[in-house]
Design a protein around this ligand. Structure first.
Ligand code: ADP
Length: 396
């Protein structure tokens, strides 16, 4: 099977053509500057081609992707008919979607209904879906939601302690994000530990970071909230803060709430604390050279991650497995070591040699550690491809 995976943003569109059974990627690439001028970067193995192609809308971007996939020189398939289905990443499924689903008119209407919850991403995701429907009307389209995995959370985890009318009238609650990554890592970890019933915390630590408490494969709690701003500090996002900070800053500096939220999303996090960078490699370089603010940013990050592991161990009434994934989780031995040091009281013991691993699946705890600690590289695209293939096969 060939599954085309589409992740449409407001002015960009990422794609991969993947075999869902093997995870092999035949080709992948990126359309940028949609609505401005248009540029396609296409990769087949180590070969890369960049083409300037006018993209006045997402439709032209999708058309350019299909053209290059069947191109005589750079293509990997002979005809667009060889694409069995398209899997779309959709940010916000609100309370409408607890799983991936085949796109129908009703599904499109429900994604539209979720626009107030994902005002930047959902319209772009919909444009990607509509553009594909227009250029490949016979090919099944599947929507895979970033929020869906978290829909198993109990009410005590997802309800905010604010007046009920905001939940009932406006669906304001915790949703959580990175669900496709958490789902992939939870499934893969179950395979690696050879069990289906266990308590785990998954730490997706990247530029955006979130954590999930998972019991027997089901999400019980997660750090992000109504939006991805909540939880641990991130590259440029503040994570949890007292909401009254917004009022204080807006009043004192005459800032609008939107501007203040923009600051909390784009100018905060480890970037703000370090004053240097949102990239953990830069922070580690800075800290190694004696920059105290870089040190503080790293310390703050690891402290908050460890605090959530402790909270989730309590929420789950125990912890069997701790997993690290995404850019920092997969490639940051120092971050993993610093987080686990806080957890020594729970019997977490890392093997320092094994913890040197980068970007590979590995059990990094010692045999006598009370909690197994794993590095499990995430693969959101494979999860999207597998969900898409499963749904399309079931519908045949
Ligand atoms: P995104 O949330 O954008 O998908 P990623 O999961 O790719 O982000 O994570 C990006 C982060 O991973 C960056 O802060 C980067 O510094 C960090 N990272 C990537 N490689 C390494 C590495 N070798 N050592 C430490 N951090 C790394």
């Amino acid at each position: 099977m060939n599954i085309l995976i589409i992740n449409a943003g407001s002015s960009s569109l990422k794609y991969q053509l993947m075999n869902p059974d093997t995870g092999d990627v035949a080709a992948k690439g990126l359309c940028e500057r949609i609505y401005i001028d248009g540029r396609l970067t296409h990769k087949v193995g180590d070969n890369k081609v960049v083409k300037d192609i006018p993209m006045p809308s997402h439709s032209e971007a999708i058309a350019a992707v299909l053209d290059i996939l069947v191109d005589a020189e750079y293509g990997v398939i002979k005809s667009v008919d060889e694409i069995d289905a398209v899997g779309h990443r959709v940010l916000h499924g609100g309370m409408e979607f607890s799983d991936s689903c085949i796109v129908t008119d009703e599904v499109i209407a429900a994604i539209e209904k979720c626009i107030p919850l994902g005002p930047l991403h959902n319209p772009a995701n919909l444009m990607g879906i509509r553009a594909c429907q227009a250029v490949m009307p016979k090919t099944p389209q599947v929507a895979v939601f970033d929020t869906a995995f978290h829909m198993t959370m109990p009410a005590k985890a997802y309800r905010y302690a604010i007046p009920t009318e905001y939940y009932e009238n406006d669906n304001i609650r915790r949703y959580g994000f990175h669900g496709t990554s958490h789902k992939y890592v939870a499934r893969r970890t179950a395979e690696l530990v050879g069990k289906t019933e266990f308590k785990m915390v998954n730490c997706h630590l990247g530029n955006g970071s979130s954590m999930a408490a998972v019991k027997d494969g089901k999400c019980m709690d997660t750090t992000m909230g109504l939006t991805p701003l909540a939880g641990v500090p991130m590259g440029t996002r503040s994570g949890d803060i007292d909401p009254a900070v917004v009022q204080f800053i807006c009043n004192k500096y005459g800032m609008s709430v939107d501007d203040c939220l923009n600051m909390l999303n784009k100018k905060s996090g480890v970037l703000a604390v370090s004053g240097v960078s949102s990239d953990f490699r830069d922070l580690e370089d800075g800290a190694a050279k004696g920059n105290a603010d870089c040190r503080l940013a790293l310390d703050k990050f690891c402290y908050e991650v460890a605090k959530y592991v402790g909270a989730y161990a309590a929420a789950l009434n125990g912890l069997d497995v701790l997993t690290f994934t995404a850019g920092v989780g997969e490639n940051g031995p120092d971050t993993r070591a610093a987080v686990c040091e806080y957890l020594a009281f729970m019997g977490v013991k890392l093997d320092p040699e094994k913890n040197k691993v980068r970007g590979k699946e590995m059990l990094i705890s010692t045999p006598d550690s009370k909690v197994q600690v794993w590095v499990v590289p995430t693969n959101e695209e494979l999860m999207i491809a597998q969900d898409t293939a499963e749904l399309v096969k079931a519908a045949q």
